[in-house]
Design a protein around this ligand. Structure first.
Ligand SMILES: NC(=O)c1ccc[n+]([C@@H]2O[C@H](COP(=O)([O-])OP(=O)(O)OC[C@H]3O[C@@H](n4cnc5c(N)ncnc54)[C@H](OP(=O)(O)O)[C@@H]3O)[C@@H](O)[C@H]2O)c1
Length: 394
């Protein structure tokens, strides 16, 4: 039997490198056919020597010649969006581990080609909801979430697939490095402190998003896009009022679904992203082996508490953008990308992230986000507004 070909988009990042680990565990079943990176041509070339893909795509045109020379014989280097779309469309499954809005072409190329998308890049779905929903309706297209909470919800809902009587979804959150801190204690936190996530080792953008709880807010929008009214036949009809955020510092329960009869189904496993990546690859089957099992011979303590919405106002900001709809989530996500970059560059304090995103969102122009052009314009305008807001602060 021929092997399933896998495109790993963003292969040089945290999700990408873990996706390569997962594929390597079942070499008779999967083969990496495409690797993509932003600018890290040396690292992606090293990966190509290990996995021997058909093609490597680099976003930065300037590195194309160096990349081609560094690749093993028979592996083609390409750059640019149309090459990227072709490469992704040719693979059976794509794991989208690109960070930020830059992941949108991968999401659309895969779904529009009628293929399976393992989606880690939440920003593309959040920013371009209606456009991605249409692409999701392409014959053969399938979206299986890789974000651990949504992979958990996918499994909880699947466990009850015969009845769609879902009352609420509970998204769990580790609480990040600043859980338990009062707003007054958070004004002076450093980049290093914000990057020290207690349970997950991830790329810098999502780690900062976890420290502000913006990540959880983005995940609330992601959950509504994946499982809500707008997802049509793919959804279970929930809306923003039906999604709870529950702080669970151990990151063992990855999320839960509560049904109309009061039963709650949860998915538990160690905090290791290779689990959800493997789930998205193998669904509806499962991988043949695990990346570590919970040890039930030892006492296991699981805590749950409500989020502190005063100290972490980005959470409610995301609910607000999600409820506004249209391009408001695209504006939220774009302004957040700009603000997180500014925080990482030492230009604004941690609390400035919320201030910038909130200021940009108040100027939202009511864009509907129904077309790709509308989404691209919305993303651009929000970045301009965020840059202006930053300039006013500096
Ligand atoms: N990490 C996790 O555990 C985790 C968990 C859940 C969800 N996610 C989601 O998964 C996505 C990736 O997160 P990550 O932590 O893996 O990020 P990361 O470690 O920063 O990796 C980002 C990847 O995207 C590539 N990239 C960056 N800018 C690009 C551009 N303009 N065009 C094309 N490729 C570009 C990078 O390539 P270069 O190396 O060349 O820059 C790298 O391969 C995010 O949406 C995140 O929210 C991550």
């Amino acid at each position: 039997m021929s092997r399933i070909t896998v495109a790993v988009a963003g292969s040089t990042g945290s999700i990408g490198t873990q996706a390569l680990d997962v594929v390597a565990t079942e070499p008779d079943r999967y083969r990496v056919s495409v690797l993509t990176a932003g600018s890290s041509w040396e690292l992606v070339a090293e990966q190509a020597h290990m996995v021997k893909p058909d093609m490597v795509v680099i976003a930065e045109h300037a590195s194309l010649d160096q990349l081609q020379q560094a690749l093993p014989a028979g592996v083609r280097a390409v750059a640019g969006e149309s090459a990227l779309r072709e490469a992704v469309a040719a693979a059976d499954v794509t794991i989208n581990g690109v960070v930020g809005f830059a992941g949108l072409p991968v999401t659309l190329a895969c779904l529009q080609a009628g293929k399976r998308l393992g989606l880690a890049n939440k920003e593309s779905l959040i920013a371009a909801g209606p456009v991605v929903q249409r692409a999701r309706s392409t014959a053969g297209a399938e979206l299986v979430p890789v974000d651990s909470e949504h992979a958990a919800l996918h499994q909880c809902l699947r466990a009850n697939a015969v009845s769609r009587r879902v009352a609420r979804l509970q998204l769990t959150a580790s609480g990040g490095p600043f859980r338990g801190k009062a707003a007054s204690e958070l004004s002076e936190v450093t980049v290093e402190q914000a990057l020290a996530h207690p349970t997950w080792a991830m790329g810098p953008k999502i780690t900062i998003d976890s420290s502000t709880l913006m990540n959880k807010g983005l995940e609330v929008i992601e959950a509504v896009e994946l499982f809500g009214h707008r997802a049509g036949v793919h959804g279970v009809g929930i809306d923003f009022d039906d999604v709870d955020v529950v702080v669970h510092p151990q990151s063992i329960v990855h999320s839960m679904a509560t049904f109309t009869d009061g039963s709650t189904i949860a998915q538990l496993s160690n905090p290791d992203m290779r689990g959800p990546i493997g789930y998205a690859l193998a669904y509806p089957d499962r991988l043949g082996s695990s990346f570590g099992l919970l040890d039930w011979s030892e006492p296991l303590h699981l805590d749950f508490e409500p989020p502190d919405r005063q100290s972490f106002p980005c959470l409610d900001l995301a609910y607000e953008a999600g409820r506004i709809g249209g391009t408001a989530p695209a504006w939220l996500s774009a302004a957040n990308e700009v603000a997180v970059d500014a925080f990482l560059a030492g230009q604004i304090p941690w609390s400035g992230i919320h201030e910038v995103v909130s200021a940009v969102l108040t100027t939202h122009d009511g864009g509907t986000g129904e077309t790709l052009v509308d989404v691209l314009n919305g993303d651009h305008l929000a970045r301009v507004r965020a840059a202006e807001t930053l300039a006013g602060r500096l």
